[in-house]
Ligand binder design. Structure first.
Ligand SMILES: Nc1nc2c([nH]c(=O)n2[C@@H]2O[C@H](COP(=O)(O)OP(=O)(O)OP(=O)(O)O)[C@@H](O)[C@H]2O)c(=O)[nH]1
Length: 134
């Protein structure tokens, strides 16, 4: 099966809340909430990809040393297998603002289950609760 490498990031604010983004209409899995990030391009380092995606999607600037790996998702979708490292980041420059029509929301880790997420993301939630509490 085709393996797709996607990097994602849980931005954590000073209050311990996590940023999620709702996929806009017209995209696959529209309406679901996800962590900012995207597909790693050919020849691209995962961290560089994440810094690029955070800039494109949220308009923020992140330094590589502010990205810490937390866990990863490995999920068999019907047409591809998703391998998705999840980083956490508590420090960035600028204020996250939707650049691509997404809806953004800061939520407590313990409330993430109230937002429908892609199936690959569900096993990530306990790791975030373990990191920041409910
Ligand atoms: N960024 C992100 N992508 C995720 C998450 N969970 C998850 O299953 N994905 C999947 O990983 C892929 C990320 O693709 P992308 O964001 O770069 O590209 P896209 O939606 O424009 O592409 P697509 O329309 O081909 O899915 C999508 O298939 C998306 O559904 C997540 O938490 N964050």
């Amino acid at each position: 099966m085709r393996m797709v490498l996607v990097v994602a990031c849980a931005l954590i604010d000073a209050d311990g809340r996590i940023l999620i983004a709702q996929r806009p209409e017209g995209k696959s899995m529209a309406g679901l909430w996800e962590f900012p990030g995207g597909k790693v391009e050919a020849g691209e380092r995962p961290e560089a990809c994440l810094i690029r995606e955070l800039s494109e999607e949220l308009g923020i600037s992140v330094k590589e040393e502010c990205l810490a790996p937390l866990t990863f998702a490995s999920h068999a979708y019907e047409d591809f297998h998703l391998l998705m490292p999840l980083y956490v980041c508590r420090r960035w420059q600028g204020t996250p603002a939707a650049q691509e029509g997404q809806t953004l929301k800061w939520v407590r880790a313990g409330k993430l289950r109230e937002f429908p997420m892609p199936p690959a993301d569900e096993p990530l939630i306990p790791h975030l609760i373990g990191l920041v509490g409910v």
